[in-house]
Design a binder for this molecule. Structure first.
Ligand code: FAD
Length: 553
């Protein structure tokens, strides 16, 4: 297959890049691992942060304020130039663009309804009720499916990038892609390749992430020779709905807005309690504080109960009318998806507390890119959650990631159009192994369970040197075992995801071990303080690759 522009991933970043390229006349192939909407973008509830010129003129908000909030959340690790550029462009290039595509952000009497989320100094988050991501995804997807210049290939999983060493350094020439429906691997020769495969949340046991988010793009770029920065920084969301039967399934998010000033939900140790557990554990803070503080407070509270011989598997989010002053109708109107979901679980949130736990939510690190989304490999762009642009630093400010993905989709497309490359006429076709067996289910499930268990318990909300050493060794072994299965089984999405998740887990543990300080989404009990200068962790194949020789290939 020949693709002048190959986009891998159909979340907000990949969708925007594809549309931007196609609208300007380019031929685009968009491949995605599952259905188009099986992405984290579709799940986003809260909204999109941006400062409008009108808000600035009215004195309600300022670019400086959004910049400062982003830098504060990033905990000293952001790139200030990137933050400034993002804040200045988010309204016009994201909100304006999406409205033009048909996304109807909430308005009352013609005026935008803006939410204030944790870490933001003023209301500046543009929601579509509590299903912003779905509204955006549906709108972009409709345009993409109708676009004559875009070929969409669903159920196509990128396996590896194809690279060449040239006088200019390494160049990306396309990718090997598994057509999941027929089980064959296709070779895509591409002029420019854009990876937009999202983060690596599924490496964890308890996560808000979609099942497709297994670190694929980060691993593919790492394997092709790109470095990976700050992969130790994982943002844990304090509140996903606790469902004891969910096992490794995605957990339903109870948005931050429920704990914000406007609603005033309170986290408590028991369903009847109204005592804010966060203020007990971290005096001076409350359930309204930023995600890292609240998530760690819940973790500590659960550990304390455990040491008292009273282990608990969750805490409670009290949104009852008695605590929030919100009537049943108001809660249902403002948070229709959450209200309905809880009701289906037998909880009327206006009368009963909802059981919640923290969950891995956002991968702050990724493949380093420049201001155009360009990576160190020529012809390879990396955008969205799998990239490290410098915007998030050590921790993401709420609702900054949808706009980052959309903006970098635009930036990468623009840059790629000004550097057109002809796809190679011939590339080495995929070499199948002699494997005739499907992947062994028991082996696969055990390796997956172990990976998730280790990530959650050893590379989780609280880390330490001994835990990370253990995690690094264990993940290394799991990855080698996953590679055996990968080479000895018929190629499938299952073998591929296991290969990627185990390597992503190993890279996270390796990065976290390097980082001997606590900052943003990384807390070490043995190094609880921040260094004067932030540590940005670095992993690369040259330094940290795991040598492996397939038994047969
Ligand atoms: C529950 C939830 C709520 C959130 N709420 C908000 C919010 O309110 N505001 C906000 O700003 N952010 C929010 N976030 C974060 C935000 O949704 C994500 O950071 C953002 O959507 C990432 O976009 P993306 O395009 O980079 O990746 P994604 O939207 O995750 O898309 C990745 C795509 O890549 C595909 N893919 C993966 N691997 C492969 C492969 N090997 N081959 C082919 N395709 C592949 C996937 O199938 C998917 O289509 C939320 C996240 C979650 C999980």
């Amino acid at each position: 297959m020949n693709a002048p522009y190959l986009v891998i991933g159909s979340g907000i970043a990949g969708d925007r890049a594809a549309l931007e390229l196609a609208d300007r006349g380019a031929d685009v192939t968009l491949i995605t691992k599952g259905r188009m909407d099986e992405c984290n973008s579709d799940l986003a509830q809260g909204g999109i942060s941006a400062v409008s010129p009108e808000a600035v003129a009215a004195g309600l908000d300022s670019y400086r304020s959004h910049v400062e909030d982003t830098l504060r959340a990033g905990d000293g690790s952001c790139n200030p130039d990137v933050v400034e550029m993002f804040v200045r462009r988010a309204y016009g290039d994201v909100i304006g663009y999406l409205e033009h595509q048909g996304v109807a952000f909430d308005r009352k009497d013609g005026v935008y309804v803006l939410h204030q989320e944790g870490g933001h100094s003023v209301p500046r988050v543009y929601p579509v009720a509590d299903y912003t991501g779905h509204a955006v995804q549906m709108s972009l997807e409709d345009h993409i499916r109708a676009h004559p210049n875009i070929t969409v290939l669903e159920h196509h999983a990128a396996i590896d990038l194809i690279t060449e060493n040239t006088a200019q350094g390494k160049t990306c020439c396309g990718a090997y892609v598994l057509d999941r429906e027929i089980g064959r691997v296709r070779t895509f020769a591409a002029g420019n390749t854009i990876i937009a495969t999202g983060g690596a949340g599924r490496v964890y046991q308890v996560t808000s992430n979609q099942s497709t988010i297994t670190g694929d793009g980060i691993v593919m770029a790492f394997d092709a020779g790109a470095s990976v920065l700050n992969l130790d920084k994982t943002q844990f969301h304090p509140t996903v709905y606790f469902d004891p039967g969910a096992n490794a399934n995605r957990r339903f998010l109870m948005t931050e807005a429920l704990r914000g000033e406007a609603v005033g939900g309170v986290l408590a140790l028991t369903p009847e309690s109204t005592e804010d557990l966060v203020s007990v554990i971290v005096p001076g803070h409350s359930s309204h504080s930023t995600r890292d503080i609240v998530a760690r407070a819940i973790y500590t509270a659960m550990q304390q109960e455990h040491s008292k011989g009273n282990p608990i598997s969750n805490v409670w989010l009290n949104l009852t009318t008695a605590v929030t002053g919100k009537s049943r109708e108001q809660l249902e109107q403002e948070f229709p998806t959450i209200f309905r979901f809880c009701l289906e679980q037998g909880i009327d949130i206006s009368e009963q507390s909802a059981p919640v736990v923290p969950a891995a939510h956002y991968t702050c690190g990724g493949v380093p890119v420049n201001i155009h989304g360009g990576s160190a490999i020529t012809g390879l762009y990396v955008i969205g959650e799998c990239a490290y642009t410098g915007l998030m630093g050590a921790n993401r400010l709420a609702s900054n990631s949808l706009p980052e993905g959309a903006l970098y989709g635009l930036l990468a497309a623009t840059d790629a159009l000004s550097h057109p490359r002809r796809p190679r006429d011939s590339l080495r076709p995929w070499r199948y192994t002699h494997a005739t067996q499907e992947i062994d289910e028991a082996a696969r499930n055990t390796l997956w369970d172990s990976t998730r268990h280790i990530a959650t318990n050893l590379v989780g909300i609280e880390r330490s040197g001994p835990r990370l050493q253990a995690a690094q060794h264990a993940m290394r072994g799991l990855h080698l075992a996953a590679l055996d299965l990968y080479w000895d089984s018929i190629m499938s999405n299952e073998t591929l995801e296991l290969r990627n998740a185990t390597l992503a887990g190993y890279l996270m543990a390796t990065a976290a071990l390097q980082c001997e300080e606590s900052r943003g989404g990384h807390f070490r009990t043995d190094f609880p303080q921040k260094d004067d200068k932030p540590i940005v962790t670095y992993v690369s194949k040259d330094l940290h690759g795991i040598p492996y020789q397939p038994r047969r290939h």
